[in-house]
Write a protein that binds this ligand. Structure first.
Ligand SMILES: O=C(O)COP(=O)(O)O
Length: 219
């Protein structure tokens, strides 16, 4: 077995959350009469956490307006909290792939920039309570990935060595996240961003299907 542990990104990698994130973003914009965005445009706004997402959909004229930012963030979190399961679903083949990895003794974890308070119930709802040994969302104690400390915290909880652990994600942030913590990183072609960005960022592997990922992990 090439890898003993696999740490997954959440949004755009195992769970397709794009539409619910986009609808929550546009709802917040509509409350203020701001311009909204096509769902596809959110592919490039998600990935650095909800604070960055709000910054990216707020009109430029409010940059630096802390009060407005806090208001919009609270509105976004409240709407997304209520609607985060409306259109969200695991990508096809993901659950079978996770179970096949676990059957061969690989330990699985999730490290996402999604708020920890939103990530945990989504994981439980779509993946059940036992598939992942560790679930770590964004918390105030750590800067968001790709900064290494939160990733090292997950590795420590897993008792995992970076050399035998693979990070799997769908964006440049995810490839950086793996590399910053001394891991190899695989990019998934089915996610929000596509393969060009992942190759440009130096992904060690590209998986076009969940079966590809299984083969990469098995070596
Ligand atoms: O940016 C977010 O909120 C979540 O992004 P991630 O699951 O791809 O880390």
């Amino acid at each position: 077995m090439e890898f003993k542990h696999v740490i997954f990104d959440l949004d755009g990698t195992i769970l397709d959350t794009l539409e619910d994130l986009a609808l929550a973003g546009n709802h917040t914009c509509e409350l203020h009469g701001w311009p909204t965005f096509a769902v596809d445009q959110y592919r490039y706004k998600v990935g650095n956490g909800m604070l960055k997402l709000v910054e990216r959909f707020m009109p430029a004229e409010y940059a630096g307006d802390g009060m407005m930012f806090q208001t919009a963030l609270a509105e976004f979190r409240s709407y997304y909290g209520e609607h985060k399961e409306d259109h969200t679903a695991p990508y096809p083949g993901i659950i079978d792939m996770l179970d096949a990895m676990r059957k061969t003794g690989v330990t699985l974890a999730v490290l996402t920039n999604k708020d920890h308070a939103a990530a945990v119930p989504l994981i439980e709802r779509y993946f059940g309570p036992n598939r992942f040994a560790v679930v770590q969302g964004r918390i105030d104690a750590y800067p968001p990935k790709p900064a290494a400390p939160v990733t090292l915290h997950v590795l420590e909880q897993l008792g995992a060595d970076p050399s035998s652990t693979l990070y799997v994600g769908d964006s440049n942030v995810d490839i950086q996240c793996g590399h910053n913590a001394g891991m190899r990183a695989a990019g998934v072609a089915w996610g929000f961003r596509g393969t060009e960005e992942l190759e440009r960022e130096g992904a060690d592997f590209i998986a076009h299907t969940p079966d590809d990922l299984l083969r990469i992990v098995q070596g």
